[in-house]
Design a protein around this ligand. Structure first.
Ligand code: GLA
Length: 386
């Protein structure tokens, strides 16, 4: 039984009616980390790992949810955050809360879901949960929300119900992703362009460190504050600066170490990383993968040394690839403190690499890494039949 059939069957078993089916993918990000909430550029794509939702309105006013993966059932009479509610239900309630804030009227909703996006791997399973559920509720009640509204509802749900002040990238990629296309997203205007990813003999391979250090969400929110501090400082001198997107190399050079060493370091990283996304996009279009790979390494170095969101496991995996000529680039991907590295390498080398790195990583950390070769897929959509 596939994911879809399993989800549909469970819904019928629990609620006795036919559901509508939806699917929302996770994402990778080629380059551009921690730039989204600085009004910058990112280069994500939706992947063929996703969450499937079976959903239907119910007669009453209840919100009844079942997670197949956690084998947990919950029901709520109201959209409110109860202390003992399972964490996964917060994302769903968060979406409903945002819809209520927009004065959208709905009654009871039943939802069963299941996914194959590895959790805590930095592939945005939570964004998929939010976007897919938002898409489903929008369809069930015919709210006619625009896709960008679904993205914003999903992002706000993460802010207010999950407590992470994330940028817009993950939810955007989950909603706007397109088969075989990379999404070049401008997080200031919230507009995007697609372009095809054609790598010929190379591929992107994900290596999962299988760790997720606990400071991830608190450090994430802290980075945002540090960026805000830098913006406030630069705005005093350059009134047009409203985000780190507007800060230039020249401004940085004129204010080295200001307003304090740490905020300066963060700003320096973001300015450089934004510049790398522009260059990397151009390199992809020109088929210059060697240069794209160099930019990936530079991105990792910045994330490690200036932005300080990497960890030993990620650094080890990236460092090991530097010795291998078949690998053009490697870097940590996503928020940091664990999750996956993204590696650009010769397709013919993948199996060798997997066995080599599994031994080395296990020797060093006592953990077997996991590997994912992902295909680029459409964003959130209805499924007619499984
Ligand atoms: C997480 C957030 C995104 C983005 C990345 C870092 O995935 O949800 O908004 O900030 O980290 O690039």
């Amino acid at each position: 039984m596939n994911l879809c059939e399993q989800t549909e069957n469970k819904f019928i078993e629990l609620f006795g009616v036919e559901p509508q089916l939806f699917k929302a993918p996770g994402r990778i990000n080629l380059i551009g980390e921690h730039t989204d909430y600085n009004d910058g550029f990112v280069l994500p794509a939706a992947i063929d790992k996703a969450i499937v939702f079976a959903m239907q309105k119910n007669e009453g006013n209840l919100f009844r949810f079942y997670s197949i993966d956690y084998q947990e059932y919950v029901e709520f009479e109201k959209v409110e955050l109860l202390e003992d509610a399972p964490f996964w239900s917060r994302y769903l309630l968060g979406v409903l809360a945002q819809m209520q804030k927009r004065n959208l009227h709905f009654e009871g909703v039943d939802c069963v879901f299941s996914g194959d996006i590895p959790l805590g791997a930095g592939l945005s399973s939570s964004a998929a949960l939010e976007s897919g559920f938002a898409f489903g509720v929008n369809a069930l009640f015919d709210f006619q929300l625009e896709s960008i509204d679904l993205v914003k509802i999903a992002q706000k749900a993460e802010h207010e119900y999950a407590g992470v002040k994330c940028g817009i990238m993950d939810q955007y990629a989950s909603v706007f992703g397109k088969k075989k296309q990379v999404v070049q997203l401008d997080c200031r205007s919230n507009t995007h362009q697609y372009f095809p990813l054609e790598l010929k003999e190379d591929i992107f391979l994900l290596v999962n460190t299988k760790v997720k250090h606990s400071l991830a969400s608190s450090a994430y929110n802290k980075r945002r504050e540090e960026c805000d501090t830098a913006v406030e400082y630069f705005r005093k001198y350059y009134p047009n600066v409203t985000a780190l997107r507007d800060v230039t190399d020249q401004m940085l050079n004129e204010h080295i170490g200001k307003p304090d060493a740490l905020s300066f370091q963060r700003a320096l990283f973001v300015v450089n990383e934004n510049d790398r996304v522009v260059k990397a996009t151009q390199a992809l279009l020109e088929d210059d993968l060697q240069y794209f790979g160099e930019l990936m390494y530079a991105s990792h170095q910045g994330l490690k040394e200036l932005y300080e969101v990497s960890c030993d496991e990620l650094d080890f995996l990236v460092k090991e690839t530097k010795k291998i000529p078949e690998i053009k680039g490697s870097r940590m991907m996503g928020g940091g403190f664990g999750g996956c590295t993204l590696n650009l390498m010769k397709e013919s080398f993948v199996e060798d690499f997997k066995s080599q790195i599994t031994i080395k990583y296990f020797d060093r950390f006592g953990i077997k890494p996991e590997f994912y070769l992902v295909n680029i897929q459409n964003g959130v959509e209805s499924i007619k039949t499984c």
